[in-house]
Write a protein that binds this ligand. Structure first.
Ligand SMILES: [Zn+2]
Length: 417
């Protein structure tokens, strides 16, 4: 976000009883209805908050159970969604009216209060709910550095329901100092490594298999080679048709992979998704022209989908990302014991080679400009179990958050996204 604040999100599970659970569920349902109602009314008419609010407020109050402040926030959410559509359309992209399906509800400082005893009070469709934050037992849980700080203040937050549990993504912000004002982006970075065996691997340890893409590309190239040899007119026509069909399959795989990467970025509240520089990817991976095209296309899909959800996409230099140890920084050719395995010759840490590279790519973006005196940056790298900064070291995600991810099968394919 390009403003004068450094923003961070602290994610915590909430301890709720049965009654609170039901009323929070109900609030989410009504929130989605409210946002949809405002969007339906304003779509094609207006998109400024100051226009959508007077247009839709009364209807939201009459037709949903949302309180007055949540009704206002719902009109703002609708305004923001429509504005996003208008901006994308201005860039020549296809847009359709937003629909609100995610099980979330927004909070601001008027609808949510944090207390010193680590409880939170939330506005709902009925009375306020006050419940404990389910924070880690240890004092060094990463949420503490924001909760206990005078420097960080609470800003917009989001309540999310998942698998019967509630997670509060508490937004914090603090003023940027002078150095930071000159820095481009702040926030959390997701590193992504592209390859053939694994199409994409993230610094949060999500694996998207490259098998289906390789299979599709091979069929594509075989069909083309076979038909070109026969050289007849009908063969040419068949070629054009089958190319179209194979191309659609390939694009479909790439769309699913790009959606999965965006989901991963959103799940970890990332501000930036960092890829390696695509110019040299063929040398490093030994990719065919087809794969090279696929990497570029995947990058472009991620780029435009990320824009819609407020994540920026960057490329970083790819030198030695596959030979450097993400744990200790030792860089050597011998670290690569095989194409798939990484074993550091210095510290002995072992990892999947692509996963190690994804962490290096993300960290390279986090550390960008650290050599120059003016640009210090204030970013952190998203890992599976927490975040890491160049100076501050590792901070773990809350227990419930981590447990939720380990339930997910890894490595995962991009299917069904
Ligand atoms: Zn090492």
């Amino acid at each position: 976000m390009a403003d004068d604040y450094v923003r961070r999100t602290a994610i915590t599970r909430l301890s709720v009883d049965g009654e609170q659970h039901d009323v929070l569920e109900d609030t989410i349902t009504e929130w989605k209805r409210g946002c949809q109602l405002a969007t339906d009314m304003a779509w094609g008419k207006c998109n400024a908050k100051s226009d959508v609010q007077p247009l839709a407020y009364d209807d939201i109050r009459e037709q949903t159970d949302l309180g007055s402040q949540h009704a206002i926030l719902a009109t703002h959410q609708a305004a923001q969604a429509i504005t996003g559509c208008i901006e994308r359309r201005a860039k020549g992209k296809k847009v359709s009216k937003p629909t609100f399906t995610a099980p979330t509800v927004k909070y601001d400082t008027r609808t949510m209060t944090l207390f010193d005893d680590d409880t939170v009070s939330l506005s709902t469709t009925e009375n306020r709910v006050r419940c404990p934050l389910s924070l880690p037992e240890t004092d060094d849980g990463y949420q503490r550095q924001y909760l206990d700080s005078d420097e960080w203040s609470v800003t917009e937050s989001t309540l999310t329901a998942r698998d019967g549990e509630f997670f509060l993504h508490i937004g914090f912000r603090r003023d940027k100092n002078d150095t930071e004002r000159n820095t481009a982006e702040d926030g959390t970075v997701l590193g992504v490594d592209l390859g053939i065996e694994n199409l994409a691997v993230t610094s949060t340890a999500s694996f998207f298999s490259g098998r289906e893409l390789t299979h599709r590309l091979r069929e594509f190239e075989t069909v083309r080679a076979g038909l070109q040899q026969t050289g007849t007119r009908s063969a040419h026509r068949t070629l054009v048709q089958s190319r179209g069909r194979e191309l659609r399959y390939v694009r479909d795989v790439l769309h699913r992979a790009s959606n999965a990467l965006i989901d991963e970025g959103l799940r970890y509240d990332c501000d930036v998704i960092a890829f390696e520089n695509l110019t040299h990817i063929r040398d490093r991976t030994g990719a065919s022209w087809g794969h090279k095209w696929a990497f570029r296309t995947l990058y472009e899909y991620v780029e435009y989908k990320a824009e819609a959800v407020g994540i920026s996409v960057k490329q970083v230099g790819s030198a030695y990302t596959s030979q450097r140890c993400a744990e200790c920084g030792f860089t050597a050719y011998e670290n690569r014991s095989s194409r798939t395995d990484f074993r550091c010759a210095k510290c002995g840490s072992e990892a999947n080679a692509d996963y190690n590279a994804a962490k290096n790519i993300g960290m390279r973006y986090v550390c960008r400009g650290q050599q120059s005196s003016r640009r210090t940056g204030d970013s952190q790298l998203a890992l599976k179990s927490g975040t890491v900064t160049p100076k501050g070291g590792f901070t773990a995600y809350p227990d419930g958050f981590e447990a939720e991810f380990t339930d997910k099968p890894h490595p995962q394919h991009a299917e069904g996204v």
